[in-house]
Design a protein around this ligand. Structure first.
Ligand SMILES: Cc1cc2nc3c(=O)[nH]c(=O)nc-3n(C[C@H](O)[C@H](O)[C@H](O)COP(=O)(O)OP(=O)(O)OC[C@H]3O[C@@H](n4cnc5c(N)ncnc54)[C@H](O)[C@@H]3O)c2cc1C
Length: 423
């Protein structure tokens, strides 16, 4: 922070321990003892790190990519996939959700960067086919020793990602990739990119491949940072593949398999984005509710002015509690059905629609709720004395990452048709 304006007592009230306290009290009836212990363990690690980096000053000054190794050491980058080299960690969609919520309260832009690395983890975890190099990449990504990114979007292919133009050609011992991907989160900092490309742009579905390109290879990918003012700490890039060679042992999917992997990946990606939005909302809501109990105006706590306590905080509290419960239910159902869904075509997966529905709702609500909670805090809300502006930044891009609302609603409208046909 540049200059502290609020009294020490008020700043202390909004410390991370108290934000976690607000969250934990709200989760009291929703989580089992095992869940609570798991959350508290991650919270303790975050509180320790908060002290080490120098509290809010560290959040404003540090390069978040320097925190990856700390997070990796404690298994905080991803909890939805099995680690090939560790068996001490709780894994599953619910474990990932709770990890996400805790990490988002700690720092949502850092969690966004870890989330993008997880998008590189997901396809390797499911499609490494025991190839030694890919298993090593997977371990390095989990451990935070390497940073990953995913290359789907192209300058001319956004929502219509399937009709991609980045070209793959079969070569001796692998594939040569040419073309440009854009908005690739982490790519300026990333060591590897899970990239999709097509052999024939007229027939992307049966010719799409996916492989892992490394930046430090002679023929790896290149990246230039693009400016996204909402998330100043996350490096997002234009990613160029110029005769980039991906050896066979780094390919996760051959012709046509890439298309299946693309759709398979969208379910955990969208549930993950919805989860992250809910975590961001708990971050914003906890700050605003703590502040509203200590800030006084007109001789009264601002919480007791009805326009703050009822019209904003209570109203958004009920919305946040509802979406939190919905997401918990979705994660529990996902974990329960995991084995049943193993091997099912990604196009027949019933979670596709639910993931889109949650993403569409959460992305809108996080923007709305964060704006309102920020302004509950008046001037303090927009200064760098709390993490509110960091949360507000990520809330602005929630709509577009992982596909805009119209794409989610397109999936929704097709689902209605399928459901009627199934009668
Ligand atoms: C901060 C950030 C991080 C990102 N990270 C990544 C990443 O790591 N990897 C990656 O591959 N991509 C990433 N993306 C890209 C993101 O997924 C795309 O921006 C998104 O899918 C939208 O594509 P577009 O920007 O080209 O918009 P467009 O597709 O051009 O859409 C423009 C508008 O048209 C609407 N529209 C489009 N098609 C339809 C339709 N059929 N019906 C109705 N309306 C429609 C959209 O809803 C939108 O409002 C990121 C983007 C941002 C901003």
């Amino acid at each position: 922070m540049k200059t502290q304006l609020v009294e020490d007592e008020i700043l202390d009230m909004m410390k991370l321990e108290n934000q976690f306290g607000v969250f934990n009290n709200n989760m009291m009836m929703l989580l089992s003892d095992e869940d609570k212990a798991y959350v508290e363990e991650i919270q303790s690690l975050c509180i320790e790190q908060e002290e080490k980096i120098g509290r809010i000053r560290g959040h404003n000054n540090d390069d978040y990519y320097d925190w990856f190794e700390w997070a990796g050491k404690h298994g905080l980058i991803n909890r939805s996939n099995e680690y090939p080299h560790r068996s001490d960690l709780r894994i599953g969609m619910k474990a990932e959700l709770l990890r996400c919520w805790t990490m988002d309260i700690f720092n949502p832009q850092f969690n966004m960067a870890m989330g993008a690395s997880s998008l590189c983890i997901n396809p390797i975890a499911h499609h490494h086919q025991n190839k030694e190099n890919l298993v090593k990449d997977l371990q390095d990504l989990f451990d935070g020793k390497k940073i990953g990114c995913i290359g789907i979007t192209e300058p001319k292919q956004g929502s219509d990602a399937v009709n991609m133009k980045v070209k793959a050609e079969k070569a001796d011992g692998g594939y040569v990739v040419n073309g440009i991907k854009c908005y690739t989160t982490n790519s300026p900092k990333a060591d590897m990119c899970a990239v999709y490309a097509v052999l024939n742009e007229e027939d992307p579905r049966s010719t799409m491949v996916q492989g892992i390109s490394h930046k430090d290879w002679d023929r790896g990918f290149k990246s230039e940072r693009i400016g996204i003012p909402s998330v100043t700490k996350v490096h997002i890039g234009k990613t160029t593949f110029e005769d980039a060679f991906i050896p066979e042992e780094y390919m996760t999917g051959g012709p046509g398999e890439g298309y299946h992997i693309l759709f398979e990946g969208l379910v955990p990606e969208r549930i993950g984005i919805a989860a992250t939005n809910v975590g961001q909302m708990w971050g914003a809501f906890s700050l605003a509710s703590l502040y509203s109990t200590v800030r006084q105006q007109f001789k009264s706590k601002i919480l007791l002015h009805q326009a703050i306590g009822m019209s904003v905080l209570a109203k958004y509290h009920s919305r946040l509690t509802s979406i939190t419960m919905a997401l918990l239910k979705l994660a529990e159902a996902y974990d329960a059905k995991r084995d049943e869904l193993e091997g099912i075509s990604p196009f027949m997966n019933p979670f596709v629609a639910m993931a889109s529905q949650m993403k569409e709702q959460a992305a809108y609500l996080v923007h709305d709720l964060t704006y309102e909670c920020m302004h509950v805090m008046g001037g303090t809300g927009v200064t760098d004395q709390t993490k509110m502006p960091i949360i507000q930044g990520v809330s602005e891009i929630a709509e577009v990452v992982g596909g805009t609302r119209n794409v989610q609603l397109l999936i929704g409208s097709r689902t209605i048709n399928t459901m009627v046909k199934m009668i």
